[in-house]
Design a binder for this molecule. Structure first.
Ligand SMILES: CC(C)(COP(=O)(O)OP(=O)(O)OC[C@H]1O[C@@H](n2cnc3c(N)ncnc32)[C@H](O)[C@@H]1OP(=O)(O)O)[C@@H](O)C(=O)NCCC(=O)NCCS
Length: 211
């Protein structure tokens, strides 16, 4: 019963992704799949992109075997993947899932697990587009589930925004999220200022944006 409810939620969320993320430019394709339907070759491509983009941070914080844990995390139940391809080549992807017990945040959120753009496609607002679309998805699903008598599902009616985790050393991403309007979540680890004025940063921050 509980599993049926979870499955229904994931299918409902995924069924709205195409409408919000579709973007019709020649040779571009938007693809989306819940983790239960993702092929192992797609998963490998995504894991390899995380490796290319962020291995330096993961190695420091999670050791040489970080990729094994990452592979498990990337297959967690409930995750939905959305990615862009250009002429069949992966450009970038996001993965997210509905979380309804995020500490310090009322309602439920889409927790962003990954946003990864291949280096040669960066700086073209593709990442911004993915984030804005995710915000639009929050608003669209919340509104729809409040309006639609059949679809009144608590977790969807109470969707309040997006949460995510970012390494404090990943300054490019951290500052980018702040420019997009994210703020430290109430439950986020924070900087500590020592008596000599030195600032000790935590390994990661949790950011939140209400939509
Ligand atoms: C963070 C990330 C997703 C941003 O994606 P993107 O498509 O490059 O994002 P945008 O083009 O919308 O914005 C990138 C910003 O960096 C600047 N930028 C310019 N050229 C750039 C380049 N070659 N590479 C990266 N950033 C560049 C842009 O000017 C822009 O700044 P702005 O917000 O002031 O306009 C992307 O850099 C990335 O995949 N990084 C590695 C993975 C990562 O850190 N993910 C986040 C984990 S929490």
């Amino acid at each position: 019963m509980v599993q049926d409810h979870e499955d229904q939620l994931i299918l409902e969320i995924d069924s709205n992704v195409e409408y919000i993320f579709e973007y019709s430019i020649d040779h571009w394709q938007t693809i989306h799949k819940p983790i239960s339907k993702l092929s192992s070759s797609n998963l490998k491509q995504f894991l390899d992109l995380v490796d290319d983009n962020l291995h330096q941070y993961y190695e420091v914080h999670h050791g040489k075997l970080w990729k094994d844990d990452k592979r498990d995390e990337m297959q967690e139940d409930g995750l939905i993947y959305v990615w862009y391809e250009f002429k069949g080549e992966l450009v970038g992807f996001i993965s997210f899932k509905l979380v309804d017990d995020e500490e310090g945040i009322d309602g439920s959120v889409f927790y962003l697990y990954e946003i990864q753009i291949k280096e040669k496609f960066r700086g073209q607002k593709i990442g911004t587009k993915l984030m804005k679309n995710l915000e639009n998805l929050v608003i669209y699903i919340r509104t729809k589930s409040n309006d639609d008598k059949i679809l009144k599902i608590n977790q969807l009616q109470q969707l309040s925004g997006i949460a995510l985790t970012v390494f404090s050393q990943n300054k490019v991403a951290f500052e980018w999220y702040i420019r997009l309007g994210f703020k430290l979540s109430p439950s986020s680890p924070r900087d500590k200022v020592l008596r000599n004025g030195k600032v000790l940063k935590p390994d990661y921050y949790i950011l939140y944006k209400s939509c």
